[in-house]
Ligand binder design. Structure first.
Ligand SMILES: Nc1ncnc2c1ncn2[C@@H]1O[C@H](COP(=O)(O)OP(=O)(O)OP(=O)(O)O)[C@@H](O)[C@H]1O
Ligand SMILES: [Mg+2]
Length: 698
């Protein structure tokens, strides 16, 4: 990880406060210093197109139309445009985080090399805040700092950096308040946004993307946030941020501007030159108007229809002659600006600069934000954080512990002192089946928390905080005390109340059997959580998987009766339930002797109950059954690891294959070249000029 942090966070502010003096556009001609060069990330994108292929034969929607641009270290770039213009799509495309249903073409060069930016190459503050709700603001930043700041820093230096970042983001007042989640009201939306930014600027990443970091903030907070971003940029970092309706003070802090409308470049170049460009194109910014408001007013075609309707009404009839903007539809203004920009001197300047920048070679920034903290420190920090989260989140384990307690007492009273009568054979079997089946089924209750954990993992993994193995291990270690509590509590209550076969080793086996089963099912639920897109899918899929496990455990349908292909082999073998039931029955029944059906009938041995009534083999000991459960636990955790790895490694390959196939398919489709990209952004330009010569299809 390439992290460079000032010795003191507070000092860093002072250090960069002076950065403003080098003027708004000073950076473009500024020769970077040697240390700046070492951490420089020059990003260039060429002919970047993003398309949403239609499933049927309809037109393909173009989200980005062959964008060209670059971002330099030391400068802060704003991506502006109306809602839906493609700002997030551009950032996602640059960060290699596009949704799977879209296709991208074009080149992205990082320090002169074609690169796909993902997993730790870029720190990205997304539009949605994904935070751990049970931690306070200070704790969130502290854990993040310990996960990523280099081990060469002393504790005091790390503490200084944390305090400095809290001050810088104006979070001092809420530093000790909890972030909050679905059942816990915490800090405000704006504070969450600033916390998300704080987590990333903490380590001064080489390449920082932010999607609307000032949305939801008042103008003063927005100014301070933008100022902090500028100070990060002045530290030699490359910062790109999309931004909605900035005030003139905030706008003045940006060095470069990428103005988008309907996925097309309206303007790209130095922010201060944009006013001149608009004036030259016939749409000068009125003296008292905020330039960014003017730009967006010119290109936001969303309300053209509304304006046209209102024009017909007497309310605005009187005003219409005065403002040239009112006489033209925004789609016409946008089309004019897009066309004029192509031939403007600002575009020529940007093109030549881009050409130069794409030849600059720098240090390998491919993994610039990957943590440099040692594996052990990551594991202990993550385990601590995860344990704190689990112990504070009522829904994670506490609720389940209470329900387990209540259900155990219910089971204990229903099967109380089950005895050795003829019917007790069935009762013992049913009780064992219920405990290994239903008790473990309750793991599904913590699904919402699993999903939240997965969201946080995905964000942190993409930003290079830690690896998959550390996450999986820390998750297991932090849940370990809770699983022990659940299984030993349930085990002790039911074992004593039902009066299963006595002896300490039998009690220990009973609890270990329960612990193993719950741990396996938790691992299984984590696998489901990593595969599904959201909570609802997870809940339904998880319940389905658990249902199948219950059905094939040998209680509802005895193992020899299960259809051989699939259900018996392999499902019943990879199901913890069948091993848990076999082990549990052996643990309880071997050594017992039951009454016959009628008085005077011969006694029935427990071993015979297992082989004849439950039709289970006695060819191996109960400890082998227990071993099988623990082997399954290791396998499930390994599968969880492989799923996460596969998603990281294989998905991009599939995505690029899908992209190639889709482009090939689109090439042959007439509609691809005949229809405009989006009805929403239909411009008045000819179809040929929209789709013609520089089509993404070679
Ligand atoms: N994966 C996707 N599938 C379908 N449509 C998409 C996808 N990604 C983006 N779009 C569409 O592309 C357009 C641009 O979306 P994007 O989120 O980039 O806009 P934006 O400029 O960030 O808007 P906002 O300011 O509201 O966040 C929208 O019309 C959106 O519906
Ligand atoms: Mg967006």
């Amino acid at each position: 990880m390439e992290i460079e942090v000032g010795k003191s966070g507070g000092g860093r502010m002072a250090e960069h406060g002076g950065g403003d003096d080098d003027g708004g556009g000073g950076g473009i001609s500024m020769g970077p210093s040697t240390s700046m060069k070492e951490r420089a990330s020059y990003l260039v994108w060429q002919d970047l197109r993003v398309m949403l292929p239609s499933t049927g034969d309809g037109p393909t929607k173009k989200l980005l139309h062959g964008l060209n641009g670059f971002a330099e270290p030391g400068r802060l770039m704003a991506i502006m445009g109306p809602s839906g213009s493609g700002k997030s799509t551009l950032l996602d495309a640059l960060a290699g985080r596009l949704a799977k249903n879209v296709v991208m073409t074009g080149n992205i060069l990082l320090n002169g090399e074609k690169k796909k930016l993902s997993y730790g190459a870029v720190a990205y503050v997304t539009q949605e805040d994904v935070l751990m709700g049970t931690l306070s603001v200070r704790e969130t930043i502290t854990y993040s700092a310990h996960l990523r700041l280099p081990t060469t820093m002393t504790n005091e230096e790390i503490q200084d950096t944390i305090d400095g970042t809290i001050m810088e983001m104006g979070l001092a007042d809420c530093a000790d308040r909890l972030v909050g989640n679905w059942h816990l009201r915490g800090i405000s939306g704006g504070e969450k946004k600033r916390l998300s930014i704080a987590l990333e600027i903490l380590v001064r990443p080489r390449l920082l993307f932010l999607d609307e970091p000032t949305s939801g903030l008042d103008s003063a907070s927005a100014f301070f946030v933008a100022h902090a971003l500028r100070s990060v940029a002045r530290d030699g970092r490359t910062v790109i941020s999309s931004i909605h309706q900035p005030s003139s003070e905030v706008f003045a802090l940006f060095d470069d501007l990428f103005l988008l409308s309907g996925g097309e470049t309206v303007y790209f170049g130095e922010a201060k030159d944009a006013i001149e460009f608009f004036a030259e194109s016939g749409f000068p910014c009125p003296i008292k108007r905020n330039p960014s408001d003017h730009f967006l007013r010119c290109i936001n075609s969303d309300f053209d229809v509304v304006t046209a309707t209102l024009k017909g009404s007497s309310r605005i009839y009187e005003e219409r002659e005065e403002d040239p903007l009112k006489n033209l539809a925004s789609s016409e203004i946008k089309a004019t600006l897009v066309e004029k920009y192509k031939w403007s001197k600002q575009a020529a300047k940007a093109r030549s600069k881009m050409k130069h920048i794409s030849t600059i070679r720098g240090p390998d920034a491919g993994t610039s934000t990957v943590s440099q903290v040692g594996w052990w420190k990551q594991l202990t920090t993550l385990t601590r954080r995860s344990f704190v989260n689990m112990s504070r989140d009522m829904g994670y384990y506490w609720l389940r512990i209470i329900i387990y307690l209540a259900v155990s007492i219910c089971v204990g009273t229903i099967f109380f002192d089950v005895g050795l009568s003829y019917t007790a054979m069935i009762a013992r079997g049913a009780c064992g089946g219920f405990i290994t089946g239903f008790m473990t089924f309750m793991s599904i209750g913590s699904f919402p928390s699993f999903i939240e954990d997965m969201k946080i993992f995905t964000r942190e993994r993409l930003n290079g905080y830690y690896g998959c193995a550390v996450f999986i291990l820390s998750n297991f270690l932090s849940s370990f005390p809770f699983l022990v509590a659940v299984s030993f509590l349930t085990g002790t209550i039911t074992w004593n109340m039902v009066k299963f076969n006595h002896g300490f080793s039998r009690y220990a086996f009973y609890c270990l059997n329960l612990f193993g089963s719950i741990a396996v099912i938790e691992s299984c639920m984590m696998i489901v959580a990593s595969l599904v897109p959201n909570f609802m899918f997870g809940l339904v899929t998880g319940a389905g998987v658990l249902g199948i496990m219950m059905m094939t455990s040998g209680f509802f349908r005895q193992l020899p009766d299960l259809p051989k292909p699939f259900w018996r082999y392999p499902i019943s073998y990879i199901n913890y339930g069948s091993w848990a039931i076999q082990g549990g029955y052996k643990n309880d029944l071997i050594g017992l002797v039951f009454d016959g059906l009628a008085p005077g009938d011969p006694k029935i041995k427990g071993a015979d109950v297992i082989t004849k009534l439950f039709r289970l083999p006695l060819s191996h000991s109960k400890w082998w059954d227990l071993f099988a459960i623990y082997a399954l636990l290791v396998s499930y955790r390994t599968i969880f690891f492989l799923v996460l790895k596969l998603k990281e490694k294989a998905l991009p390959i599939f995505q690029s294959m899908y992209a190639k196939r889709t482009i090939h398919r689109l090439k042959r489709r007439a509609s691809f070249t005949k229809f405009p990209s989006s009805r929403r952004y239909q411009s008045l330009r000819t179809l040929a000029s929209q789709e013609g010569l520089n089509s993404p299809i070679p």
